[in-house]
Design a binder for this molecule. Structure first.
Ligand code: FES
Ligand code: MG
Length: 584
């Protein structure tokens, strides 16, 4: 267990030791003279910024990103806080990753935003950074970049949107979209009703308000110690969100003066606590990939097995959809938010480690849970074990994951006959073909959807139930893929099969008619085909052509790692330092 060696406030730098001093303050240098001339061009006199920490506000706002559309104003609140605390704020627009609109998937671009974040923080006069984001990949991307640049940083979570409403029912974005779309396909909902529901599903700016990937990752950021306490569940449009943004700006100035860097916060203990948190929240399976990638940037070894080990010790206490039955993020926030949740599992956490705000343990001291049905007690959990299990077997030698708490329990031990689809389009075209003979007991297998094959490992993992089975009332089946699944999805979906089929993983060798056995309690996924037969099939297998012939995609194809190691780029994940531009 690490100890908090120095409080963040007892080691204040002199202004000459601020990083930005090398741009603005060194006497007798043409470069400094020129930088100050350009500051005057920007409209600032020296007394407005000289000797003050420069705080970069990295903003993922865009007109096309409904989850971040409020961040333009929120950046103003951050800047207000920076000015109040005697800093000098500069806003940097950075790439926006919109889960809804970016195709084939924003996962293709997570590492690009991480690179942009890292290089921007390193190459400009920045003493500290405030990172604004929240839609799924934005959170890991910003934190991966900040960890690699190792510039003091604080994260401002975008906040969940308001709960959805339709005809007296509360709707969860994503989760209820899938559910009602299936009801429409099953003939239980008219076109007109579906259109009415569309208007009530997502009612305000903010990220998805279920415990999907966005809420899971912002909670992970808070548990890592990279946000102010309680920040991650504040609704995007709540006035408290603006106050939190301003307070984060003020805090960033302190971080700059004390040079409290991500490398001091992102320790093995911090990642262990983040894993405990996402599992106890019943959070998204995407967190497995993102946390492994983030840990890699911090030089912390974190593996799939760590998730499985921790999952066996932590109960799911957050009764938030889709892992829980009933509630949404607003309910979670008013029940006390993450500090209240953490107060129920303090025995599993490392309370002495540092955060951007002090000691981690201070965040949970004296905190109460205000609703025991939303944040359950240890004696009445949503599930006795963490929500994610890691599977091994001849079909996934490097692992696979399943969010078993979001599956029908009868399917957690199941043998069925495989129906294989080579890629997503083929699946879409043929899934309802009666010739395939799909029954409720079939195992649907999708390949060609991994990090390289997808490309970008799209969220195809919740394969649709064929129409004829939906009409018979079937709502869950065993489904396997090398894809990811949206954090708002559910079902007996085995995901992240590694190695993926595109690089010749055993998933490439499955044939329709083979039988497959899933046994979650034994943590096993087995293709019931002999090793000799698999060898024969492997010899006949031809690797597919690479997806990209030019551009960023070529770099992606060359560098992307498999799901079990976090899908980072190999050249970004490897250890080593990059010198500060003025350090040499
Ligand atoms: Fe942005 Fe769900 S679409 S978080
Ligand atoms: Mg999502």
């Amino acid at each position: 267990m690490s100890t908090h060696r120095r409080g963040p406030d007892d080691r204040r730098l002199s202004p000459e030791r601020l990083r930005s001093h090398q741009w603005y303050g060194t006497e007798g240098q043409l470069r400094t003279w020129s930088h100050n001339a350009r500051m005057r061009q920007l409209g600032y006199e020296a007394e407005e910024y000289e000797g003050r920490p420069v705080v970069a506000v990295l903003n993922t706002w865009s007109d096309i990103n409904p989850c971040h559309v409020h961040l333009r104003e929120r950046a103003e609140a951050v800047k207000r806080g920076v000015w109040q605390a005697g800093g000098f704020p500069l806003e940097f627009p950075v790439s926006t990753l919109s889960e809804t609109y970016q195709k084939p998937t924003p996962m293709l671009y997570r590492n690009l935003l991480a690179m942009e974040t890292e290089e921007l923080l390193r190459s400009y006069p920045v003493d500290a950074a405030v990172l604004l984001g929240g839609c799924d990949k934005s959170t890991p991307a910003l934190l991966m970049g900040a960890a690699s640049a190792d510039v003091p940083a604080i994260f401002v979570p975008a906040g969940p949107m308001l709960p959805g409403h339709w005809r007296g029912e509360t709707l969860g974005s994503g989760t209820d979209m899938w559910k009602y779309w299936d009801e429409h396909r099953a003939g239980n909902l008219t076109d007109c009703e579906l259109r009415e529901l569309q208007g009530g599903l997502a009612r305000s700016p903010g990220h998805c308000m279920t415990m999907g990937t966005a809420s899971t990752m912002t909670a992970a950021a808070e548990a890592l110690g990279m946000t102010l306490p309680g920040a991650s569940s504040i609704q995007a449009v709540d006035s408290a969100h603006e106050r939190m943004a301003a307070a984060s700006g003020r805090r960033a100035v302190d971080l700059a003066w004390t040079a409290l860097k991500p490398s001091e916060i992102l320790t093995p203990e911090a990642f262990e606590d983040a894993v405990t948190t996402v599992l106890g929240l019943g959070g998204s399976t995407n967190a497995v990939i993102h946390l492994i990638a983030m840990a890699g940037r911090a030089g912390v070894p974190l593996t799939l097995d760590d998730f499985d080990r921790v999952a066996r010790t932590v109960p799911v206490l957050a009764n938030v959809r889709p892992g829980g039955q009933t509630y949404l993020m607003e309910d979670f926030h008013f029940a006390g938010g993450l500090p209240a949740f953490l107060s129920r599992i303090t025995d599993l956490l490392h309370l002495e480690r540092p955060t951007v705000n002090g000691r981690f343990g201070e965040q949970v001291e004296g905190v109460e849970v205000h609703n025991d049905d939303v944040i359950r007690t240890r004696t009445n959990p949503v599930a006795a074990e963490g929500g994610v299990a890691v599977l091994r077997g001849n079909l996934c030698p490097d692992g696979a994951v399943i969010k078993h708490i979001a599956a029908e329990p009868r399917l957690l031990k199941h043998t069925g006959t495989a129906v294989v689809f080579d890629d997503y389009r083929a699946m879409q075209r043929t899934i309802n073909d009666p010739e395939l003979g799909i029954t409720a007991d079939s195992v649907l297998v999708l390949r060609g959807s991994g990090p390289k094959g997808g490309p970008g490992m799209p969220e195809y993992g919740m394969l649709p139930i064929p129409d004829h089975l939906l009409k018979q009332g079937v709502r869950d089946m065993v489904r396997l893929s090398d894809a990811r699944m949206s954090g708002t999805s559910y079902g007996a979906c085995v995901l992240h099969i590694a190695p993926e089929s595109h690089v010749g993983g055993p998933l490439a060798l499955v044939r329709s008619g083979d039988t497959i056995t899933l046994d979650v309690s034994a943590r096993s996924l087995q293709l019931n085909v002999s090793d000799e037969e698999l060898e024969r099939r492997k010899a006949e297998w031809t690797p597919p052509v690479e997806r990209h012939q030019r551009g960023y995609g070529v770099l992606y194809d060359e560098q992307i790692t498999q799901a079990d190691t976090g899908c980072d780029f190999a050249f970004l994940a490897r250890p080593g330092t990059v010198p500060d531009p003025y350090a040499s």
